[in-house]
Design a binder for this molecule. Structure first.
Ligand code: HEC
Length: 175
């Protein structure tokens, strides 16, 4: 174990039971934002898949997922995103307060609190059958999907998942 020699206590810590209770209102806000982002992403994904198939879905995901998250951020007044221990887009790296839980693949929702009273929430995302089109075992991806992923995400490590697997998390910060 590393001992921290820093003078300052850490800004973010897992919330105690009492703190979780006190942060109830912010939790409701976080869940609403998470639901909005999940619904918008799924809607965009299924319309892209219907219109153009998985390879064009990759176009849409890479172009639209940031815009969709920005819209939810603005509408709900939160910071929000998706992260994983196996990333496709390196810019989806976890916020600092979530890093340990992500490394430990924590499979239940987790609530954190900052010194200033902000809430941080992590909500697990499980793989659904349709997700395997682009996140399944690499040798089972369609050739055009593999090609589109290689072109856009040379560092891709978000393959090898099966339905039901923990794929990653939505993270939400409520100030
Ligand atoms: C059409 C291909 C495609 C399908 C189907 C798909 N994804 Fe993705 N997924 C992507 C792409 C492309 C990215 C990278 C988006 C970006 O650049 O931020 C991504 C990123 C993610 C991330 C963010 C973390 C990371 O690795 O960058 C999560 C979490 C995720 N997908 C989960 C899912 C889940 C759950 C499903 C099924 C409901 C799903 N995906 C279906 C293509 C797909």
């Amino acid at each position: 174990m590393l001992l921290c020699a820093c003078a300052e206590p850490p800004d973010w810590t897992p919330a105690s039971t009492e703190q979780v209770a006190a942060l109830q209102g912010k939790q409701v806000k976080a869940e609403r934002a998470r639901d909005a982002l999940a619904a918008a992403l799924l809607k965009e994904l299924s319309s892209a898949l219907t219109k153009g198939g998985p390879a064009s879905g990759i176009e849409v995901c890479s172009r639209r997922s940031g815009e969709i998250a920005a819209a939810v951020r603005a509408e709900h007044g939160v910071a929000i995103g998706r992260t994983s221990f196996k990333l496709r887009n390196p810019s989806n790296a976890a916020p600092i307060w979530a890093a340990d839980a992500v490394r430990d693949k924590v499979a239940e929702p987790r609530i954190f609190r900052s010194r200033s009273g902000s809430l941080g929430a992590l909500y697990p995302i499980r793989l659904q059958p349709q997700c395997t089109l682009c996140h399944g075992p690499a040798d089972q991806l369609a050739p055009d999907v593999r090609k589109a992923l290689a072109a856009r995400y040379p560092m891709d490590s978000a393959t090898g998942f099966r339905p039901g697997d923990l794929r990653g998390w939505f993270w939400v910060e409520v100030p």
